[in-house]
Ligand binder design. Structure first.
Ligand SMILES: Cc1cc2nc3c(=O)[nH]c(=O)nc-3n(C[C@H](O)[C@H](O)[C@H](O)COP(=O)(O)OP(=O)(O)OC[C@H]3O[C@@H](n4cnc5c(N)ncnc54)[C@H](O)[C@@H]3O)c2cc1C
Length: 413
């Protein structure tokens, strides 16, 4: 395809953040180019959970019918078992949010955004196109260099470059925006199994000392299972062999044993995720802003990655629209994003702080630590305050002006 050499906004990365932002800006008539390095949307083992506030917002943005016509799975509750005892549960219906969290595969979600945007005037999506560098003049980002799969290089000039290129963001690096990477003590291995009939639709965390499984019913008829690994433990795990790995999982949740025997054949049926958080002090510079995982990589605990990405995007779209309108030519100054960054940083800090606390709790391995952990969760389970504690992390309302949501909706197709 021929890539336009000029646009208002160049979005690097077509994940949930980049794809939704491209769509929302195009709805407002803003020229957008979304450059996505992958040719296919195919991405297994990614965050598939849409937190309830994201579901509410996407409905308000007019994506409800597309979500329903694709299909998704609502999650009714989450429960925690520790060393064989049920210690904690939360009923998602009791949070007073107008939706339940839903599971929908990422390719489907991104496809919904892309489909809505396709054909809107001024919108271009370039798949198989990677950003390899930025155009920086007098300290201001003026665009980027894109490289297509066939090797064609194009310099694209834009009034704003948005780095939505995920946890290893090239844009962040090229812009010199330093990230403090904090590795967690453990990494994560994911697998998918068919969901037996009658399994139910509540998420489970099953903990046995310092080992745990996250078992998530997902659309259409799967279970997503996540298993923690010691840091850089993949090599040792492989050395022990695949059978030993399956046996380890079955020891934590014996219900999975027959499913794994039939459907989990090799390491190729698993996906590895290195767990770290990335703290980025500066999310913007003149002509550039970072969103989603590029500005704040978090851990998979409570499935907040996609939620944060969507919240960033919905907050940012009106800010960009106003900034472009206020300066009819030239780059968008970094100062335009000060409020956006402060607001979004506050939310992501709440999430990452909770995730670190939870990770520390899950990593307990001494007999005393394990007993205390169980006792703490059992006590918390009996207190109504648990809804306030969890709600703050998973149900932070989208900080977007309802008038802006109406503008987005008014321009939907
Ligand atoms: C393997 C894996 C498993 C995960 N599992 C979970 C989970 O279980 N629960 C959870 O909550 N979260 C999980 N996450 C995180 C979650 O998927 C992210 O938080 C969420 O997708 C963030 O959206 P994003 O759009 O910011 O970034 P991403 O979804 O990472 O999208 C970034 C996009 O940018 C593209 N890109 C990268 N570099 C370039 C470049 N130079 N040029 C052009 N395009 C580029 C990538 O191909 C990608 O499509 C997982 C992530 C990964 C990678």
């Amino acid at each position: 395809m021929t890539i336009p050499t000029e646009t208002d906004v160049l979005i690097v990365g077509g994940g949930p953040a980049g794809a939704l932002l491209g769509c929302l800006l195009a709805r407002r008539g803003i020229g957008v180019l979304v450059a996505e390095k992958q040719t296919e949307l195919d991405r297994d083992f990614r965050g598939e959970t849409l937190a309830a506030p994201s579901v509410v917002t996407l409905r308000k943005l007019g994506f409800g019918p597309a979500l329903s016509s694709h299909g998704f799975l609502e999650t009714a509750a989450v429960s925690m078992r520790m060393e064989g005892r049920r210690v904690f549960s939360v009923d998602y219906g009791k949070f007073g949010v107008d939706a339940l969290p839903v599971d929908i595969p990422q390719p489907a979600l991104i496809g919904i955004f892309n489909e809505e945007a396709a054909g809107l005037p001024g919108y271009t999506r370039a798949a198989g196109t990677a950003c390899t560098g930025l155009l920086i003049e007098d300290g201001t980002v003026r665009g980027a260099v894109l490289k297509q799969k066939d090797g064609t290089r194009t310099e694209v000039r834009a009034r704003l470059v948005v780095g939505a290129d995920g946890r290893f963001s090239k844009v962040r690096k090229e812009a010199g925006l330093a990230a403090r990477i904090q590795p967690m003590e453990r990494d994560f291995l994911s697998l998918k199994l068919p969901r037996p009939a009658g399994w139910g639709n509540h998420a489970e965390l099953i903990v046995d000392r310092d080992k745990h499984l996250v078992v998530l019913p997902t659309w259409p008829d799967f279970l997503r299972v996540g298993h923690n690994l010691p840091k850089r433990g993949m090599g040792a795990l492989r050395k022990e062999g695949f059978e030993a790995f399956r046996a380890g999982i079955a020891a934590i949740d014996p219900r999975l044993e027959p499913l794994m025997e039939e459907h989990l054949r090799s390491w190729d049926d698993t996906g590895f995720l290195e767990i770290f958080t990335a703290e980025v002090d500066q999310w913007a510079r003149d002509g550039l802003i970072l969103i989603g995982d590029a500005s704040h990589t978090c851990t998979p605990i409570l499935g907040q990655g996609v939620n944060l990405a969507i919240q960033d995007t919905v907050c940012l779209a009106p800010v960009i629209a106003r900034a472009l309108a206020a300066t009819p030519s030239g780059s968008v100054p970094a100062a335009e994003f000060d409020r956006f960054v402060a607001t979004r940083r506050k939310h992501k800090t709440v999430v990452t702080r909770f995730q670190r606390m939870q990770e520390r709790a899950l990593a307990q391995h001494t007999p005393m630590g394990v007993r205390l952990r169980r006792a703490r969760f059992s006590v918390l389970d009996k207190l109504p305050v648990k809804y306030a504690v969890f709600g703050k992390v998973i149900n932070a309302p989208h900080q977007v002006d309802p008038a802006d949501l109406r503008v987005h909706l008014a321009h939907s197709r």
